[in-house]
Design a protein around this ligand. Structure first.
Ligand SMILES: O=C(O)C1=C[C@@H](OP(=O)(O)O)[C@@H](O)[C@H](O)C1
Ligand SMILES: C=C(OP(=O)(O)O)C(=O)O
Length: 424
């Protein structure tokens, strides 16, 4: 991770011609760790992400009674065992840790305090805490409905039927489903309203099945019966959302890039980038070697609904600043509750560099204008570092503030980006 407080992100002086391999998926890694902790035997998680969020998840599981060991083959996670007394889970600003681990605490007998960065205290969690209480959990949040809160474990969770509003974050639903096989009666969740990030729900269901559970879905109703989970080995795919800045680079700089190891089939939202590239005028070819993207340095303007793939918004917004016409991003009001208020941050930072970017009720309106160099503030948000890098491809003099914050999901990002642009 860079020790610099700012990063003079490189401009593309030539068309890109590079291969890149991005680290493991945050979403898959942290699900695999949770499911491994809930399993009856040890699980080897191969090619996991090693980043702040992944380490926070392992730290949380450790204090909850599921220790892990790093080996040359990957991370070995041991099954969770019960304990007593008080303990503390550190959340950082990891949504997956804040949402996926409280149900685990309710399954044990410890009293577990959850807290993290100031930013995580502002992120939504109340509907999940409410649902967990309905399912039998004892949670003290001081009436705030937010981090910090305390889960007092009483040795198990009854489970059963619950209604859930998961419109602020799909992670509420994933959290209940992931732990449900260990609830005495499993869980039946009926969704009120629409959840964002549908691919992440599909990911949760798919991974539950791989670990031996039998989740069912009927529209907005989900059922997970009790089950004993077990899986010897789980291999994590590369993170296709971390690949986003590399995938879009040829559209801005021209040339080609190959992202190695792009899966032929996946539940990751980043797979949508293939159709985005084509819609905006580039080419994307998937074969055994990975995904090869070519572009000629032009980008078409577009109206895009990113409700299902919200985490891609910062990079896509940066890209659309260089389109041949106006664009709009819709369906992402929930990004106001992400690492930072991403809609406000993007509108503020892009406008400060000369852009014409305005917030709408559920997204951003982007009218391409010439941009100038300057400081791009990143609000402790890894994906804003990636957005700043994308902008700099075409705008000399962009200085990205606090690049190290990208270590939430991609500690080697700056090094890999500079190598791709031949400045390393
Ligand atoms: O389940 C997951 O792993 C995630 C779900 C999404 O959260 P939201 O539904 O809160 O956007 C996504 O944005 C986040 O990066 C990871
Ligand atoms: C929203 C994100 O993260 P988190 O897992 O903290 O919710 C993200 O990575 O874009």
């Amino acid at each position: 991770m860079s020790e610099e407080k700012t990063w003079a992100a490189p401009t593309a002086s030539d068309p890109i011609d590079a291969d890149v391999r991005v680290p493991g998926s945050k979403s898959i890694t942290n699900r695999a760790f949770v499911l491994a902790a809930l399993s009856s035997g040890e699980t080897l998680v191969r090619e996991p992400l090693d980043s702040r969020d992944a380490r926070l998840m392992l730290g949380a599981l450790d204090v909850l009674g599921a220790p892990s060991t790093e080996t040359p083959d990957g991370v070995r996670v041991r099954p969770m065992t019960d304990g007593h007394g008080q303990t503390r889970v550190t959340l950082g600003n990891a949504g997956t840790v804040a949402r996926f681990t409280p149900p685990l605490a309710a399954l044990g007998s410890r009293t577990v305090h959850f807290d993290g960065d100031p930013a995580i205290r502002r992120r939504p969690v109340a509907p999940l805490l409410h649902a967990l209480r309905t399912l039998g959990a004892d949670i003290d949040d001081g009436g705030r409905g937010a981090v910090p809160f305390t889960v007092r474990g009483h040795g198990g969770l009854e489970g059963g039927f619950v209604e859930l509003d998961s419109s602020a974050s799909s992670q509420f639903l994933s959290a209940l489903l992931l732990s449900a096989p260990a609830f005495a009666r499993g869980v039946t969740v009926r969704l009120k309203g629409k959840t964002p990030s549908e691919p992440h729900i599909a990911m949760t269901l798919d991974m539950l099945r791989r670990f031996g559970a039998a989740p069912e879905r009927d529209g907005s109703e989900f059922h997970v019966p009790p089950a004993t989970l077990a899986l010897d080995t789980y291999t994590v795919e590369p993170d296709l959302s971390s690949a986003a800045p590399f995938v879009v680079a040829p559209l801005l700089a021209g040339g080609r890039i190959r992202v190695a190891g792009w899966p032929a089939e996946t539940t990751q939202p980043g797979d949508w980038l293939r159709s985005l590239v084509r819609e905006l005028g580039g080419e994307a070819v998937l074969d055994d070697e990975g995904l090869t993207v070519t572009g000629d340095g032009t980008v078409r303007g577009a109206v895009l609904d990113l409700h299902a793939v919200g985490e891609l918004t910062p990079v896509v917004a940066a890209l659309l600043c260089f389109a041949d016409g106006p664009s709009e991003i819709r369906g992402v009001a929930h990004l106001r509750g992400h690492e930072t208020d991403r809609l406000a941050a993007l509108a503020t930072e892009l406008t400060a560099l000369g852009g014409d970017v305005t917030e709408t009720e559920d997204g951003l309106r982007i009218r391409p204008t010439p941009l100038r160099g300057g400081v791009f503030h990143t609000y402790d948000d890894h994906r804003l570092v990636m957005a700043g890098a994308v902008l700099a491809l075409r705008v000399p003099g962009i200085v990205v503030e606090n690049p190290a914050t990208v270590g939430k999901t991609y500690p080697g990002f700056v090094t890999d980006w500079e190598r791709v642009l031949h400045v390393a």
